[in-house]
Design a protein around this ligand. Structure first.
Ligand SMILES: [Zn+2]
Length: 386
């Protein structure tokens, strides 16, 4: 009897604990304030205009870090809001420069900020830092892509928080960054390259740029560090997701859905940091390439032997079918030499992906979608007999 009672009390306590935990989990992002900073913002020479096969450098529909950063950020912001978080974005549009920017183009407007309308279009790093400092968000994230010399076969990811490796200057930044890299590295559709022995790719900005702490300059707000946009007290980091100087990756960054995928990864990192509830839906992302032909273009220098060598199939029709082969959603790969496709927010289950491209044999592949996971596919199509 006594035993029974103890057992029951234990069971009730366990149940209450489980309920409390699940409540806490459900509340993960509710009421949390996330500040999202899409890197860059204008159409100037400083906003990394670079040529791709279809676009000359400077074409605003071609590659600019400005647009890739915004696409990633808008996706992240939307998912955070859907999960109940409060989100502030430093900008929501492209084509803003600082007042008096000598590099300004006719397509650029002057950055704006007013408390009244609530949505700033800020690009000056010190102004963004000031804005962050005023709002004191729970999490700060700045989204960028990285640069080496043009066409270099370098593509890795790095994340910087303010301060030194192992000695963050805004408490909680390193933990946020270290969890984020687990999610952000989950991109098998790109080709990751080097790792430098003993080098930390998640580190303090002073450490990465080799600045001694005593030489670190304090901002007008009084915060020391290296990257101006991190000179505030909010915990968080800047992520250089991949290298836009690596040609195949630059082309992929022209694809909005490819950028959305990065926004989704950032969302998962932030959500899990706050123990938010897992998603009930899953996602599929993949590439369609030729199984026989490689790409040969001076604007598409790839890592030898990597998957990037295969000719990407432009304009392929990619159909998400149920497991009986009935078409559900139809997408097309872009015309930018990516062969990239994605289906977001798909119910878990078994599906068939059908690939059709003129001149190639139709390819069907079974795929399983799992809740809260991204299923990646690398598909290669064979030419029809000529
Ligand atoms: Zn950047």
């Amino acid at each position: 009897m006594m035993m029974n009672k103890i057992r029951r009390v234990g069971a009730i306590a366990a149940l209450m604990l489980a309920m409390a935990l699940s409540l806490a989990a459900r509340d993960g992002l509710k009421g949390k304030h996330i500040y999202v900073n899409p890197g860059h913002g204008g159409w100037t020479i400083n906003d990394r205009p670079l040529a791709t096969i279809n676009h000359a450098a400077g074409d605003t529909t071609g590659f600019f870090e400005t647009s890739a950063s915004l696409w990633k950020s808008l996706e992240l912001a939307q998912r955070l809001r859907d999960a109940g978080a409060k989100v502030t974005m430093s900008r929501t549009k492209n084509g803003y420069v600082a007042d008096g920017d000598p590099k300004r183009t006719p397509n650029d407007r002057t950055e704006t900020y007013s408390d009244a309308d609530g949505q700033p279009q800020l690009v000056t790093l010190a102004k963004i830092a000031e804005h962050v400092e005023k709002l004191k968000p729970d999490y700060f994230i700045s989204l960028h892509s990285n640069a080496a010399t043009e066409g270099k076969l370098t593509n890795y990811q790095c994340i910087f928080y303010r301060g030194e490796y192992g000695a963050e200057y805004s408490k909680g930044s390193q933990a946020r960054a270290e969890l984020a890299t687990v999610y952000l590295h989950d991109n098998p559709l790109t080709v990751w390259t080097d790792t430098i022995a003993g080098k930390h790719y998640v580190t303090g900005d002073l450490t990465w740029y080799g600045v001694k702490p005593e030489k670190a300059k304090a901002s007008a707000l009084g915060y020391k560090g290296y990257l101006a946009v991190l000179k505030h007290s909010a915990p968080g980091f800047l992520v250089e997701s991949s290298f836009h100087t690596y040609h195949p990756e630059r082309h992929r960054l022209l694809n909005r859905d490819y950028c959305r995928l990065e926004g989704l990864r950032c969302y998962r990192a932030i959500r899990d940091y706050f123990s938010g509830e897992k998603d009930k839906l899953g996602h599929i992302a993949g590439l369609v390439k030729s199984a026989t032909d490689t790409i040969d273009n001076k604007l598409f220098k790839f890592v030898p032997g990597s998957f990037d060598r295969w000719l990407p199939i432009n304009g392929a029709t990619v159909t998400l079918c149920d497991r009986h082969g009935k078409a559900r959603v139809v997408k097309h790969t872009d015309d930018e030499y990516n062969g990239f496709f994605a289906f977001f927010d798909v119910k878990p289950g078994r599906y068939i992906i059908r690939i059709e491209a003129p001149g190639y044999k139709t390819l069907e592949h079974e795929v399983t979608v799992k809740a809260d996971e991204i299923t990646y596919m690398k598909m290669q199509v064979r030419p029809k007999k000529r």
